[in-house]
Design a protein around this ligand. Structure first.
Ligand SMILES: O=C(O)CCC(=O)C(=O)O
Ligand SMILES: [Fe+2]
Length: 260
């Protein structure tokens, strides 16, 4: 195995054995700057509201205020110019090793928040695009193989001041129920994730994670996607911005369902 292959395999193993991994500097500084400028421009066009709403408010067709922040759905419909740089070949290869070569891109989105957002409590993403249905039913299925991951590209340094991420290690066959109170930030055995801007965090869909409040001024942004195995149950919802999407080059096109 080459050194490069070793590194990819270590990420895949981490995903299977503890449910998360961080691919540091998966994206260039130029890409980070471009995504930040695009998202900040959209936020300004919506009047730069406090980027947080506990009860939620739809601001436009693909834009809402939510407990997570200022949330953009159907990212590539709003920003087709992001498509060429959205996916890191390293990240896609790691995910293919875990979900199978025939995995696909299920959804894209982005979130902006700032220090006004309080502790973002422990949650996971079972069901992917249908996650809210699973949460509403309090459904905690068991899995013997991974069917979906969430990949999150952070556009800022994440550390204690930047809104630390926390993850609770979990192997793929472990129970998916919350092991502790979801509002308590200090779960016993959690990992604190710190990494530079332009890094991608990959969470298995069952992995519990949380984000601490940002302690420094300014916006905190990320873009995210669900990647889903061919063996996952069909979802009710679909990200229809991906259905006829023509851009993004070979890598992105190879992850769209209709192209297979
Ligand atoms: O704000 C963060 O860093 C994490 C947010 C998150 O986990 C989510 O939106 O699902
Ligand atoms: Fe999350």
């Amino acid at each position: 195995m080459t050194e490069h292959d070793d590194e990819l395999e270590a990420h895949a193993r981490a995903l299977r054995e503890r449910g998360f991994t961080v691919v540091e500097r998966s994206h260039s500084r130029e890409t980070v700057a471009k995504f930040r400028a695009g998202l900040e421009g959209l936020y300004q066009r919506y009047g730069a509201p406090p980027p947080f709403s506990a009860k939620g408010e739809q601001l436009g067709p693909d834009v809402q205020l939510a407990p997570t922040g200022f949330v953009v759905t159907r990212l590539l419909a709003l920003f087709p110019e992001f498509a060429d740089e959205l996916l890191s070949p390293r990240v896609v290869e790691v995910v293919r090793r875990v979900l199978g070569r025939d995995m696909h891109l299920e959804l894209t989105g982005a979130v902006i928040c700032d220090a006004q957002r309080p502790f973002f409590s422990w949650h996971n993403h079972i069901g992917g695009i249908d996650v809210e249905d699973y949460r509403a039913r309090s459904s905690w299925p068991r899995f013997c193989e991974s069917q979906r991951v969430i990949v999150v590209l952070y556009l800022h340094d994440i550390d204690a001041r930047g809104g630390e991420l926390r993850a609770y290690p979990r192997a793929i066959g472990d129970p998916s129920e919350p092991p502790y109170d979801q509002m308590n930030p200090d779960w016993e055995g959690h990992a604190k994730l710190h990494f530079p801007a332009g890094s991608t965090v990959i969470f298995e869909q069952c992995t519990w994670h949380a984000a601490m409040a940002r302690e420094s001024p300014g916006l905190r942004m990320f873009v995210g996607a669900y990647m889903t195995s061919a063996r996952a149950a069909a979802t009710d919802a679909v990200d229809d911005s991906l259905v006829g999407f023509e851009g993004g080059g070979g890598l992105l096109q190879s992850l769209l369902l209709r192209n297979r």
